[in-house]
Ligand binder design. Sequence first.
Ligand SMILES: Nc1ncnc2c1ncn2[C@@H]1O[C@H](COP(=O)(O)OP(=O)(O)OP(=O)(O)O)[C@@H](O)[C@H]1O
Ligand SMILES: [Zn+2]
Ligand SMILES: [Zn+2]
Length: 952
Amino acid sequence: PIPHPSGPAMVSCLCLLSRAWQEGVPLKELQHRGVCLLKLHAASQRTGLYGRLLVTFQPRKHDPDAELPSNSFGPGDIAGLYDAASQGDALCTGIVTRITSRAVTVAFEDSQDTLSLDHERSYRLLKLANDVTYNRLKKALNALKQYRGGPASDLIDVLFFSADDSPAVSPEPLQLYNNSLDESQREAVSFSLAQRDLAIIHGPPGTGKTTTLVEIILQAVQQGLKVLCCAPSNVAVDNLVERLAGRSVRILRLGHPARLLEPIQRHSLDAVLARGDTAQIVADIRKDIDQAWAKTKKAQDKGERSHFLSEIKTLRKELKEREETAMAAALTHASVVLATNTGASSEGPLKLLPDNHFDLVVIDECAQALEASCWIPLLKAPKCILAGDHKQLPPTIISHKAAAEGLALSLMERLIGRYGQKVVKMLTVQYRMHEAIMHWASSELYGGRLTAHPTVAQHLLKDLPGVTSTEETTTPLLLIDTAGCGLFELEVEDEQSKGNPGEVQLAGLHIRALLEAGVKAKDIAVVAPYNLQVDMLREHLGHSYPELEIKSVDGFQGREKEAVILSFVRSNRKGEVGFLAEERRLNVAVTRARRHVALVCDTGTVGRQPFLQRLLAHVSQRGEVRSAFEYLGDLVPQSCPAEGQTPSPKPQPPPAGQRRAAPRAARPKPGAQSSAAPVGTSGAGRESPKTRGGAERLRAMLGAFLEGSELQLDFPPSLNAHDRMLVHQMAEELGLQHGSTGEGRDRFISVRRKEPAEPALPAATFPSEQHPLPQPQRPSSETPAPAEPGGSRQGSGKVDLKALHLERAAVMGALGWSSVSAQAVQCGLCSPGKPAEAEEDIDALISAAVKADNTCGFPRCKASVSTLGQLCPHCHHRFCLSHHVPEVHGCGDKAKAQARQRISREGVLYPGSGSKDNSLDPAKRAHLQRRLDKKLNELTSQRKSKKRDKEK
Ligand SMILES: Nc1ncnc2c1ncn2[C@@H]1O[C@H](COP(=O)(O)OP(=O)(O)OP(=O)(O)O)[C@@H](O)[C@H]1O
Ligand SMILES: [Zn+2]
Ligand SMILES: [Zn+2]
């Protein structure tokens, strides 16, 4: 007996894929998931190919324009038809042939002669696609087990290692159809033709695998061979059809015509049949059948009805015979028959051909196919050529058990694992990527064997027509590092998928920079490993840039773009990387790009995985690295209103092109700037050599300040965001107060000694950098300005009234005091007539409030917001940068409403609140004051009880 070790294992694995997935789930839920359509009625019916009954269903509504709920039905899917009124078994099953927003058409097999649909009844359709695929796969494997004496007998032995592959015939010199094939492609062509049983073409990204296969197929046809050409997906098959269509070769595409693209449709079996001689006869018979159907409906009695039914039966038989004859002729005439793997099933038209019709089976994208599905075409010929790249993503296997038992291993990988390079030719010249993009993938996954064709090796975005040279368009690799920026992934419980709103915004900013440089939206793709992130990216960017392509990594396999922005998503304290650690997924993600890849990621999290770390190292070596801090000014809306100042509308953004350039202009030298974030580390003190100089200089400045007698040290506004962060961190370490002032290019940091005589202010006392405050009129003044009533009461000069005042405003805002904006509230220290005792504990209250306010207001988020927090102007809670966006923490509607209101009222959009509250009358002010005190008290007691809860 022929040992088929994988056969039985595969069958048992496949069982895990079947059924059960829909059992016990409520129908509404199934509809919600897009696999069920409820409350349909049969709107029309007619007879299709094979005499099948084609029924069109529409929603059972009186409105003729009623739309179907969004669903995942597609042509070729198997659907079960159920009576809506009963819970019983399916009335019958059919194949979806067409689906629009309003109607779905299903073809029912002729065995359902008795099926007669009542126009008044309600039906539902349930997707059974898994079952059919499963059944076909299982059938193929059973056929494999029982295979005796067919054309593929020897090939089966080779593919299961019970016989070695026969020696190749000596290659004949070839007259190539495509003279531009490179050396590795030519070798692959002659090797494949010379092999007797098995040849594998390993085509890394962009190496012209399809180009090579087309040449092979043309050569095989030229030698008089009949070729069956398959791929796991319709897209891949159509790609081959398109490329072969222009050549003088007779091709025939099997499959549901509704699925096929316009130029491919004319190669479909149906189209060929429609052009044939029998077409008219067949059409007439179909018409007769439809008429007979109509008559059955009107039939008065049972006898009349059964008469018409038997007439239909006879007509169908005739129809079937004529069609089959015509089909067999069309199939025989074609030199190349193309189908998906499962479409090559013997249940379809191929059953009309004799067993030994095909000489060669070609399977493209073989590494993306289940081995079982490959066996459907493989049993039909004595020789196979498999093409693909097993270093890209394998087919998705939902069952972990099935994957563990070997279902995840593709045929191609299995064969290479056993036979090694003697059955493989690898294509080594790639025609897609800039050499720097290619290099990492080549050395990690392709043994360093890839070279970039000269036409692409140095191409950059700036070389595209209409694109200007900017920092972004002149680098093939860019890393935007969020390490230390607090842009954490969303923590969604019970949610496998992950999102990262900070990365969404960063991706948006980078896209804007690319577009401003002239790159077209259609040339850019944003790719993320998680569907949740893809959804968030679509929500944020999809409307503004409809031509931008936003996809999951898995959904982008087989595609390419001039620029690819990759959001890695994962950013957490645990260093969890998730399934980005899968080498093949990362390979696919990076190698989609032709001229530019931007990685948006937290190197602190992602860099803990060695494979990812090597990518990051490669980028920092060959490309440009930026800290996300450089973008934070643009990223965070300025929502903390300014104290004592009339907020002015946000200045108009500078004209295109200058926007990113402005804040970055301060940097000493692009490319070698001190803002380059350390790779694989986060936080100060672990800088790469590049940044160490800057950090040391800053530390020295702080050291000198500590030794001197100055009360305050102002850093120059020319510090970039990363250096500013370092200063904040160092000041914190040294126990200094730190804060920043001003906006944009004028923003600068001040550092101050803490006054030992005064109650120490918590770290957050200073407004954070993300709450840029107006230029202080008197940065460290001990004398309050006359404009502040009551300020002079603090005559000692020991208390920094300004700081307290600002803090007070911030705290009030943070307390959820939504009725009034913080800026409008006068500080208790300054308000006249304030009782003296209130003053004494205000610091304690403030510090309690500040402490409470030190963690992000988002449920379950423990991130500190003391230095990098953001106040929401709507709910007045402070959030970490991952959660500050109103949409993220639940203020989306308020934010939208407010924006709409403001736009309609004033015709401009600007953040912060209006100026109207400046002149509060004293009574109101006193009232507000009492409320603040009450709030502070509540908060303190809440904190206490929380603490007690924790201690329990
Ligand atoms: N010998 C060659 N000379 C010039 N260009 C080539 C050559 N071979 C392939 N190309 C170009 O490379 C690109 C990719 O070719 P093809 O579609 O055959 O690649 P593929 O390997 O099937 O793609 P993928 O990597 O996405 O599977 C095409 O634009 C093609 O024109
Ligand atoms: Zn809010
Ligand atoms: Zn948070």
